[in-house]
Design a protein around this ligand. Structure first.
Ligand SMILES: Cc1cc2nc3c(=O)[nH]c(=O)nc-3n(C[C@H](O)[C@H](O)[C@H](O)COP(=O)(O)OP(=O)(O)OC[C@H]3O[C@@H](n4cnc5c(N)ncnc54)[C@H](O)[C@@H]3O)c2cc1C
Length: 406
């Protein structure tokens, strides 16, 4: 096991860190206060080569699988809300690159980021009011209609809803087959029947935009189906065979074999790296602040600093390990992705709170950034699978490993 960074990693880390320090940090507090989407930062990131389809290629070329985790940590160190705004398009791009046809990759990838002066964002719409942790409960339907599909349903808590040029919408094509009949559809902004609500006012990650998506008789062409019709028919046939053989269509609680959940195990290390970035930002600020404490008070503060630094390092290693395994195509059967997300998000929340205690009354000032870090970190315990759900997944996979070894 060797996680020492290569020269290329270090150069990338320095470049991301410089951008976060110069382009994100100076506007972070204002964007957070005003709940304003950071279009200007996205434009600057594009100019700096940190917001375009080249990101995926850079990450794919990294045999160690650490480039994306480094990017996530540094951007979140700058501001978690801005980092989410920056990250959504790449999440959708990864899904299209992994599951789409070559034609879909060619057509849609440039749209996600925009080209030339145009800066776009994308949305990945899975969650519904009754289907958050349990994605098998998705009710949004996709009905074949001539050579296309008609989508109907309502999505909630969707990042970039309403401002996304392209939305990847998960729907079921046959509710009787449960999660196995789910498919993803690419929907262009302005498509008739695609509507959105007002952005939610949020506790944390306030520079990001989160809203509802409503699909009412939203007709999309046949090539909007991610991966194409043939691949879907193959999956449906296998699902019907299983159902005929008496296999359950319902996945196990908190995780299972659905494509959405399998993808989540791979993307979770990046959310973990993001949470580490928030925790590191809190730690660095507190270290500077605590310098001015009288010597007698410093010992107690040092204990907190030491514990936070140690926990952050442990969380970072879990994130890097899971990212590295995923890059090498090793199945994350030990729930390594979920472990990293669980650990890092809980460490970030705890770290921000513990450092506030160490700093004392100054932490209650509106100028103190620790409150923002705490609010931002809390969101990481909720999305991409709540902490409870990560524990459910980890426990189940550990039981399976134990049964397999016995
Ligand atoms: C800022 C933000 C941005 C988001 N962006 C997106 C996005 O871009 N796209 C998208 O699709 N979604 C997005 N989400 C939604 C997010 O993924 C869901 O909120 C999350 O999956 C939890 O679902 P839920 O809110 O419906 O909670 P529920 O699933 O209803 O859970 C409620 C409570 O029950 C617990 N619980 C549920 N199931 C179990 C179980 N099996 N065992 C133990 N406890 C359980 C949960 O831990 C939680 O405490 C976002 C959410 C937030 C907060």
């Amino acid at each position: 096991v060797d996680f020492s960074l290569t020269d290329e990693h270090r150069e990338w880390q320095a470049r991301c860190r410089r951008f976060a320090a110069e382009a994100i940090r100076p506007v972070a507090a204002e964007l957070d206060r005003e709940e304003r989407f950071p279009w200007e930062v996205l434009r600057a990131a594009r100019e700096a080569g940190l917001y375009d389809g080249g990101l995926l290629m850079r990450w794919a070329a990294d045999e160690h699988g650490l480039m994306a985790a480094i990017y996530a940590e540094e951007m979140h160190w700058g501001c978690a809300g801005v980092a989410l705004a920056l990250g959504a398009s790449t999440g959708v791009a990864a899904a299209i690159a992994g599951q789409g046809t070559p034609e879909q990759v060619e057509e849609w990838l440039p749209l996600l980021y925009g080209e030339g002066d145009e800066v776009n964002v994308a949305a990945y719409a899975v969650t519904e009011a009754q289907a958050g942790s349990d994605v098998s409960a998705i009710r949004t339907t996709a009905r074949p209609d001539g050579d296309g599909w008609v989508l109907d349903g309502e999505k909630v808590m969707i990042g970039n809803a309403g401002i996304a040029e392209a939305s990847l919408v998960v729907a079921t094509v046959d509710p009787s087959l449960g999660h196995r009949a789910q498919a993803s559809f690419l929907v262009r902004r302005g498509t008739p029947g695609l509507e959105h609500g007002r952005p939610y006012s949020k506790l944390g990650v306030r520079a990001s935009c989160t809203s509802e998506i409503v699909l009412r008789g939203c007709r999309v062409p046949g090539d909007a189906l991610l991966g194409g019709r043939e691949a879907l028919e193959g999956r449906l046939e296998r699902a019907r065979e299983r159902a005929r053989d008496g296999g359950s269509a319902a996945p196990r609680a908190g995780g299972g074999s659905s494509r959405v959940l399998a993808l989540a195990e791979i993307t979770r290390p990046l959310f973990a790296a993001g949470a580490v970035g928030i925790g590191r930002a809190a730690l660095e600020w507190a270290i500077e602040r605590l310098e001015s404490l009288p010597e007698a008070d410093r010992r107690l503060a040092d204990e907190v600093v030491a514990d936070v630094a140690t926990e952050l390092e442990a969380a970072r290693l879990l994130a890097w390990r899971a990212a590295s395994l995923a890059r090498r195509g090793v199945p994350l059967t030990g729930a390594q992705g979920s472990m990293s997300k669980l650990k890092a998000s809980e460490v970030a929340v705890w770290a921000a709170g513990a450092l506030m205690d160490a700093v004392g009354p100054a932490a209650a000032s509106a100028d103190c950034p620790l409150g923002k870090h705490l609010r931002d970190a809390k969101v990481f315990e909720i999305f991409e699978g709540t902490s409870q759900v990560q524990r459910t997944v980890i426990a189940r996979l550990q039981r399976e490993l134990h049964a397999g070894a016995a």
